[in-house]
Design a binder for this molecule. Structure first.
Ligand SMILES: [Ca+2]
Length: 740
């Protein structure tokens, strides 16, 4: 395979196998091969240099590229030229993990640099890209853009909070608009970064899933290679299982949340017996114990379901899993607030008396009946509950998350290491009579290797890093901003501070808490973009509903004041629908406005395309003619929007549009003349240099042949040769055009 290996003992009877590429030449060949593949799949606009050495010299191999290719060499199936090692699966189940090693000097410098600056710029991002791959770089780019975008709502939210208080309609409108602008901006930014990093359309290069089970094999009609197939109907029927899965998750999690919720209300607002101060924490305890267990269970179930769907490629598998994870997170994160806002506050007066069922459970604690029954007439809804809950989720929960993410794993690791040291020392004390005693590395290691090996053994103990978790965290957080921040406008201030820390703590997490991740490539943040769009849309509905329900709590005559008896269903519905339509309209406007803005990635793309056109035309027509064609007509077709970036179709379309119109006979003449010019020039050129014959010929016809795709009325004309066309035109006595 071209890989060199070294073997050393690891901890716990494990073996460490160090792998590297046997020679620089081999690595260059692999990198070159991958770059050519990128070009063939249209990921790169220009082909790499013919000479391998020169190509590598002009565009040095990044560390991410090298690590990724080595990883692929180890894991690719044997028929694709890899070693076919699949960790923990099949005949390789004894392989625990395959991971690259951290570059500690770089990590230290990197973290130090970050602590000294406030915001990251594009250069910092490209450093991440070169080290950890585009997939992780996209996460940091997203987090960075999100952080920058939070500046405005943080300031605006603060002033709104001071001036208008909570539930301000003005804040709701601006916030909703701001979320829309952010999502649309990020969509554009994502495309732009993909171009700058040369990964646009990377999804076309798929990595096969080793776990994929095929049903049959067919031959590809073009390449004649065997393709493994799986019945799409079977997959669809399994994908449909997602619906009962989502329902099941909603019911399970919903029941849990509802139960805890009602217990909490019962205890805090109805019950007045003994132990009240302790019992108040009961729902929190139930939630913290049962919720993670249930979530883990359901996530495992989602994993199994996605495995069952049996996708051919890694990316399809991943995006299907992400959709399920989003559904789970949506329920666990937002359901409590939804319940408070849309069930408890409007309907509590109706529902609370039914909470009497909990009397049975608290009966042993109560001294007399009076303490357990609700004072039905005097019951009052606690309007602060919603605000308290939002504050809990946007401040407390964020801090807890941060602690769970960074501090707890560090402590855990420290404790584990301590335990291991104690064990090892006691084992060595017991001496040689203990057969299972660990081999003492300190004795066996070569002195010059000892430090390095200790480091590697420590890294082998670490967890693997999954960027999906971090992205999920941010998307869920964005959801609170878009859905509920109208309840408490300071939400974005809290998020701004949290994310500033998050940006650094996540960098720290990758470098210290986890094994170095495989630097995968990606051209976006994946299906999370759709989740963001969905949350923004939903935000336009919930914000409107919340404002309608709660605005002007101080003046009950003018608003429904959040109580069921004052609610008018039709008015609520109208508010929501109006707000949604305004949202759709403003999203359209934002999209249109953003499509007019140029960006560095697009410029680079355009420059590259122009250079390619120039090169071809130069070869075909010579300097002067190339000047004429390379700019001119074609460039007007290059309006930069999403469509044109996603394919070449747009240019063709706009060229077609150019030839539409009443004066088409004139156009025909011009084009036929042009074609003939080209033909003669190509002919001359071919006579002079036989080697350049094929390329210019194809290129020379390029412009004209596209016209052939026009409707049938053109065919008659174009089938004629140049001379006969002239005769035909003369017959029509079109004297206005001078053909000679
Ligand atoms: Ca994080």
């Amino acid at each position: 395979m071209g890989l060199a290996t070294e073997v050393r003992p690891g901890d716990n009877c494990a073996v460490l196998i160090f792998v590297k590429v046997a020679s620089d030449k081999h690595l260059s060949a692999e990198v070159y091969h991958s770059r050519v593949q990128d070009w063939l799949y249209g990921v790169r606009t220009s082909a790499p240099e013919k000479n391998i050495q020169k190509s590598i010299h002009d565009e040095p191999i990044t560390e991410a590229e090298r690590l990724r290719l080595v990883y692929l060499m180890i894991t690719k199936p044997k028929n694709e030229g890899g070693a076919g090692i699949t960790a923990k699966k099949g005949e390789w189940e004894n392989v625990e993990a395959i991971f690259p090693l951290h570059d500690h000097n770089f990590n230290k410098a990197w973290i130090k640099e970050w602590t000294q600056k406030y915001f990251l710029d594009i250069r910092d991002l490209s450093v991440i890209r070169d080290r950890f791959g585009e997939k992780i770089a996209f996460y940091f780019a997203f987090l960075q853009s999100y952080l920058m975008f939070l500046c405005f709502p943080a300031i605006f939210g603060f002033s709104c909070w001071v001036l208008f208080g909570n539930y301000s309609p003005f804040y709701a409108v601006v916030n909703c608009l701001w979320c829309t602008i952010f999502v649309e901006y990020w969509k554009k930014q994502e495309i732009d970064l993909a171009f700058q990093w040369g990964v646009s359309g990377i999804n076309k290069i798929q990595h096969a899933r080793p776990e994929f089970k095929h049903e049959g094999e067919v031959k590809d009609p073009i390449t004649l290679e065997p393709i493994k197939t799986y019945s799409p109907f079977k997959r669809l029927s399994r994908q449909l299982l997602q619906i009962p899965f989502a329902l099941l998750a909603a019911i399970l999690l919903g029941t849990l949340i509802c139960t805890c919720f009602s217990i909490e209300i019962f205890i805090s607002e109805v019950y007045s017996g003994p132990l009240k101060s302790i019992l108040v924490f009961l729902p929190t305890v139930i939630l913290t114990v049962v919720m993670p267990t249930l979530t883990t269970l359901l996530t495992g179930f989602a994993n199994r379901l996605t495995d069952l769907e049996n996708y051919e490629t890694q990316s399809a598998h991943e995006s299907s899993l992400i959709q399920k994870i989003f559904v789970l997170n949506f329920i666990t994160s937002y359901m409590p607030i939804f319940l408070t806002a849309f069930v408890y506050v409007p309907f509590a007066g109706v529902l609370v008396p039914y909470l009497d069922i909990f009397q049975l459970t608290v009966r042993p604690f109560a001294e007399n009946e009076k303490q357990m029954t609700a004072p039905k007439t005097g019951f009052e809804i606690n309007p602060n509950r919603l605000k308290k809950q939002v504050i809990y989720f946007t401040v407390t929960a964020q801090i807890v998350n941060l602690a769970l993410e960074v501090i707890v794993p560090t402590l855990k690791r420290r404790v584990m290491r301590k335990i291991k040291e104690v064990k090892a020392s006691s084992a060595s004390k017991r001496g040689s009579n203990s057969a299972v005693a660990q081999p003492n590395h300190k004795v066996n290691d070569l002195p010059e290797e000892h430090e390095f090996l200790t480091r590697v053994r420590a890294e082998a103990e670490l967890d693997t890093y999954d960027v999906t978790d971090d992205l999920r965290e941010m998307v869920v957080q964005f959801g609170y901003l878009s859905l509920f921040s109208v309840v408490w406008p300071l939400t974005s201030v809290s998020f701004f501070i949290n994310n500033w820390v998050e940006l650094r703590s996540d960098a720290l997490k990758i470098t210290m808490e986890n094994q170095r991740p495989i630097p995968w490539r990606a051209d976006s943040i994946g299906p999370w973009l759709e989740s963001l769009g969905f949350l923004t849309w939903l935000g336009s509905l919930t914000s409107a509903a919340i404002v309608y329900l709660f605005y002007g709590d101080d003046a009950p005559e003018t608003s429904p004041g959040g109580e069921a008896r004052n609610l008018k269903g039709w008015a609520l519905l109208l508010t929501i629908i109006m707000s949604e339509h305004i949202f759709l309209l403003s999203r359209w406007i934002v999209r249109y406005a953003l499509s007019k803005i140029d960006s560095p990635g697009l410029q680079r793309q355009r420059t590259e395309r122009y250079a390619i056109r120039r090169q071809y035309l130069d070869e075909a027509l010579g300097q002067a003619e190339a000047d004429r064609f390379a700019g001119g007509g074609i460039a007007t077709g290059e309006k930069m929007d999403r469509r044109s970036l996603e394919g070449e179709n747009h240019r063709e379309m706009s060229e077609k549009e150019q030839f539409e119109g009443e004066n088409f006979p004139w156009m025909v003449v011009l084009l036929l003349a042009l074609m003939e010019d080209l033909l003669t020039m190509v002919q001359k050129k071919r006579d002079r240099s036989p080697s350049a014959a094929t390329a210019p010929r194809r290129r020379g016809f390029g412009n004209a042949s596209r016209l052939l795709r026009r409707p049938s009325r053109w065919d008659g004309v174009l089938l004629l040769g140049g001379r006969r066309a002239r005769v035909w035109l003369k017959r029509r006595e079109n004297k206005a055009v001078n053909l000679e």
